[in-house]
Design a protein around this ligand. Structure first.
Ligand code: GLC
Ligand code: CA
Length: 566
């Protein structure tokens, strides 16, 4: 079936991700909340997004910012009540906004009643809800390292065995091989869908199947732990279970699903998202964001690698599966600081350039709160200002290995997840960017970025040339031009190290050229044929420099970007 015939509503949608803790604090306790989201729905609607994904708001001890769920049926009291949730959902529906819940079902909190039971004895009915294994000569069952540092196994004295946690010790992995676990999780999903939510972002969903007997991982000289990821990422039964989720739950509702798949490549994306396989609608890969070095060892991006990534995914999934498109989320540093340039005057230009590059691709674009006003990374003076467990764990492990404080802080400034988690900057005049409803004496749970005085929603809405309105226009173009959803992709000037240029075309000979200068340098592309075509163009769709100043469209100024229908 061709993609046109198969075009679903979510193919034409744009997702806005809200990180509730940092979005808007309505009751002035320093923590963003559900009523705060409700109060800002018109803002999201005005931007033009039509799906809102909210990071977890369930009851949680918050060791990993809510991705450690204690009760799947309860709203965290920090965020409000179930009544607040119902009001928010109703207000969303009134505005034709869809709600996607974030579900972490690979693991629970260690304070979840199932785990509390599971720990009690080897014959407890909940024992096999989790992965338990005896030690090996007084050591863990194997030497797998956990994703956020330390061993992936923790010893529990009550039964004298170890439990598996691919993330922190407070996030034991569920045992999906146990049909009771799957049954419970399908119940959770149905319960929220019956309430009227429109879908799920399934957290680390490609982690749910583990290789039996937990084989030893790959040795790495730099670490005392092994890399066991090939035994717990995309494990032997992952597609079987996801297909079962589809059969048991998803197919009975009109839903949208995106599966977060760290380590997921193009082949995995096709398996998860091909419609005939009846699994998920799309995956959120991290492949493109891994191109500038390891988590704490940043290096410069080679643009050709990024071009190569997008080209293979755009071509590889065309008419087969579906792409998600994103630069930012709550786990990633801010893109304008990362692959753009967050110093004036380039912040504005490069934020728009990055948006242009992404929003003309084939797939469903995601915008992370604050991206639409060009929010930047933060540089807190002291480690004590940081909240993220991955960041603080890194700091303590790196200090022990003898890394200097400056080096550690440089890595944190570049890559810490807290870069994305500072409070949304609503206003330039109110304390902390207006996060706590303007309250003067309330400290936010994490400090605001001090640049809120210049970068904030208020000024963005008052300036017709702002990044906000640029995003709004990109979304409108997607809504009015089906070629952006359905057109074929082709890379142009593939070899160029600074310019990312591609075209989209369809059967009616409609053609769009998109060009983005990822550098601060002026770059000239020598292409007489294209230059002619551009002169005879149908229309300029969008550009980040003022038009009247332009002589030749292939002479690029710093961070210049445009899209032209030829
Ligand atoms: C996902 C979430 C991340 C969380 C991790 C472990 O990657 O996006 O925020 O820390 O899962 O739960
Ligand atoms: Ca609050």
């Amino acid at each position: 079936m061709s993609m046109k015939e198969n075009s679903d509503w979510w193919h034409r949608s744009v997702v806005y991700q809200i990180y509730p803790r940092s979005f808007f604090d309505s009751n002035e306790d320093g923590i963003g909340d559900i009523n705060g989201i409700t109060m800002k729905l018109d803002y999201v609607k005005n931007l033009g997004a039509d799906i809102i994904w909210i990071s977890p708001i369930y009851d949680s001890p918050n060791y990993d910012a809510g991705y450690d769920i204690r009760d799947y049926y309860k709203i965290s009291s920090e965020y409000g009540t179930m009544d607040d949730f119902d009001v928010m959902l109703k207000e969303m529906k009134q505005r034709q906004l869809k709600l996607v819940m974030d579900l972490a079902i690979n693991h629970t909190s260690d304070e979840h009643p199932w785990f509390i039971e599971s720990k009690k004895s080897k014959d407890n009915p909940y024992r096999h809800f989790y992965h338990w294994a005896p030690g090996n000569d007084g050591k863990a069952p194997n030497q797998w390292g956990a994703c956020f540092g330390g061993s992936a196994w923790t010893y529990d004295i009550i039964t004298g065995e170890y439990y598996l946690h691919t993330f922190t010790t407070k996030q034991p992995d569920l045992n999906w091989d146990n049909p009771m676990v799957r049954h419970e999780m399908y119940k959770v999903m149905r319960w929220w869908l019956e309430k009227g939510v429109d879908g799920f972002r399934l957290n680390t969903i490609n982690f749910i199947s583990k290789s039996p007997h937990y084989p030893e991982g790959k040795y790495n000289e730099k670490s005392q732990y092994t890399d066991g990821s090939s035994y717990y990422i995309n494990g032997p039964r992952v597609h079987e279970y996801i297909h079962e989720i589809h059969q048991q739950v998803l197919q009975h509702y009109e839903v949208i699903t995106f599966g977060e798949c760290p380590g997921g490549d193009l082949h995995d994306a096709e398996l998860f998202s091909a419609p005939e396989r009846k699994e998920l609608n799309m995956i959120l890969t991290v492949e493109h964001l891994d191109l500038d070095g390891g988590k704490w060892t940043p290096k410069l991006l080679d643009l050709r690698c990024l071009k190569h990534h997008f080209t293979s995914w755009q071509k590889g999934l065309y008419d087969k599966g579906w792409n998600s498109l994103y630069w930012n989320n709550h786990d990633q540093p801010r893109i304008v600081s990362r692959w753009g340039n967050d110093t004036a005057p380039y912040r504005d230009l490069s934020a728009k350039m990055l948006a242009t590059c992404l929003h003309f691709l084939c797939g469903t674009p995601f915008i992370y709160q604050g991206e639409e006003i060009g929010m930047t990374n933060v540089r807190f003076p002291s480690l004590a200002d940081y909240r993220d467990i991955e960041t603080t764990n890194f700091h303590s492990e790196a200090s022990q290995t003898g890394l200097r404080l400056e080096e550690i802080m440089a890595a944190i400034y570049a890559k810490s997840r807290d870069n994305a988690r500072t409070p949304m900057q609503w206003s330039g005049n109110l304390p902390h960017g207006g996060f706590s409803n303007g309250a003067v004496n309330v400290l936010p749970w994490i400090n605001a970025n001090s640049n809120y005085t210049d970068i904030n929603v208020e000024q963005a809405l008052n300036n017709p040339q702002s990044i906000f309105y640029y995003y709004q226009k990109l979304i409108q173009l997607r809504k009015t031009m089906p070629i952006i959803t359905n057109g074929k992709y082709e890379i142009l000037h593939d070899e160029n190290t600074h310019i990312f240029m591609y075209k989209r075309c369809n059967d009616n000979e409609q053609e769009i050229i998109v060009a983005c200068n990822f550098s601060q340098q002026p770059i000239i592309i020598d292409d007489i044929q294209l230059s002619e075509k551009i002169k005879n163009r149908k229309q300029i769709l969008i550009s980040n420099y003022e038009e009247h100043k332009r002589s030749d469209w292939l002479e690029f100024r710093p961070y210049e970007a445009w899209a032209i229908e030829i």
